[in-house]
Design a protein around this ligand. Structure first.
Ligand SMILES: [Mn+2]
Length: 401
């Protein structure tokens, strides 16, 4: 069995207010060509199909065109909703599309039967069962399974996987699609700046051992391609770098070849975006001189973070840079920032702190006290309820991070 594993497309993403839809469309063209050339038997997408629960029309059109091309080529597509997707919107028409080999899992619904979350494919070695678990908050799983003990992402996932294992025919091969934060340890799992945390308070981390028994686990959520605690569990990484913390990633797609015993050979195929993200660092005049020399060379319209190492005032640096580099998205002045924040150790690491910790800082700033346990819980409950409403499409969120 030969299949492609990809994830975190984030179609419709805005990057500093600029739509990336053209880049995304070109990359999907590459994926379709690859699927045909390598004669794959299934195409897996492990969540975050869209960037928002209410995606822009051009993103929906692009996904529609992708599915249509795959159906026309008779290549089965198995896709799940991620934490950025609206479960019901992703699930629209799912029953109708199944007959055409398009398997979309939007809302998690495993009570009693798992038909909507499993696809049986055949190859020369026999059957292969592909299970798809869309992202679901522990609160939903708890209610859905009527299990009051499920309080964490890890215990919820473990309960769902037990259900799948119970129904899996012994001796046959299996693949699982999931959207979660998984690894050998939370320190090893490498996050970037473009993932939205799955949990506001508490931990969203799931130990890789919870996934034992599946021949291949195709994960989405972490945007850096990586192995997750075991040789059978992988993140393909995102379609495109969605933050400047990802400029060193080689974004790729996993071509997986599974043998008769379920052993997998993985080939990472690199994606070739036309415009990419780059960081340019130096003195303003040096950067401008170099840009003038290289005028017309490829890469000038890449999306840039320019880190200016000058001291003192500069006149219109952004406008001057954009004469050569039209897509400068962000300017940084690390030396000035270091001077401003000298002695203020909280300035930089704040980026890495959880929303709950930041809120506690704010509360402390205002009241001089830290949040009590019940207050902390009230904060977490409120934000989680807001996130849930946003995914359900009841609350429009204008800005995406
Ligand atoms: Mn994502």
């Amino acid at each position: 069995m030969r299949f492609l594993h990809t994830a975190d497309w984030h179609l419709g993403r805005l990057f500093y207010g600029t739509s990336l839809i053209e880049e995304q469309a070109r990359l999907l063209d590459q994926l379709v060509s690859l699927a045909m050339e390598r004669d794959i038997q299934a195409f897996l997408i492990a969540g975050d199909l869209y960037d928002r629960s209410v995606p822009p029309a051009d993103a929906v059109r692009l996904f529609d065109s992708f599915l249509t091309r795959m159906a026309a080529a008779s290549i089965p597509v198995i896709a799940i909703a991620g934490n950025h997707d609206s479960p019901d919107r992703v699930g629209f028409g799912a029953q109708l599309m199944r007959d055409r080999g398009i398997h979309l899992s939007g809302r998690l619904d495993v009570a009693g039967q798992i038909e909507n979350h499993s696809v049986k494919l055949e190859d020369e070695h026999g059957p292969l069962h592909i299970y798809s678990l869309p992202f679901a908050e522990p609160a939903w799983v708890r209610e859905h399974l009527g299990r009051d003990d499920l309080r964490s992402h890890e215990s919820s996932m473990a309960a769902l996987l037990d259900l799948l294992r119970d129904q899996h025919p012994a001796g046959t091969r299996s693949v699982l699609l999931a959207h979660a934060f998984v690894g050998g340890s939370s320190e090893e799992a490498q996050e970037t700046e473009s993932e939205r945390p799955l949990s506001v308070g508490g931990t969203d981390f799931i130990d890789a051992s919870v996934f034992r028994g599946f021949d291949y686990v195709a994960l989405g959520h972490l945007h850096r391609p990586q192995r997750a605690g075991s040789d059978d569990i992988h993140y393909s990484g995102s379609l495109y770098p969605y933050s400047f913390s990802e400029t060193d990633h080689l974004k790729s797609i996993h071509l997986v070849e599974m043998d008769a015993r379920g052993q997998c050979q993985i080939e990472k195929i690199q994606l070739q975006p036309e415009r990419t993200l780059r960081i340019v660092e130096g003195l303003l005049e040096e950067i401008l001189e170099q840009a003038a020399r290289e005028r017309g060379a490829p890469g000038q319209d890449d999306y840039l973070l320019v880190r200016l190492l000058d001291r003192g005032a500069l006149l219109h640096p952004m406008a001057r840079l954009r004469e050569f580099y039209p897509n400068v998205m962000q300017l940084e002045r690390p030396i000035l920032e270091a001077e401003i924040h000298r002695g203020d150790t909280s300035a930089q690491p704040q980026l890495k702190r959880s929303p709950a910790d930041l809120f506690d800082d704010f509360f402390h700033e205002i009241t001089g006290e830290h949040l009590s346990q019940p207050q902390q819980q009230a904060y977490v409950d409120t934000v989680e309820a807001m996130n849930r409403r946003e995914r359900e499409g009841e609350l429009e969120r204008e800005t995406t991070t």
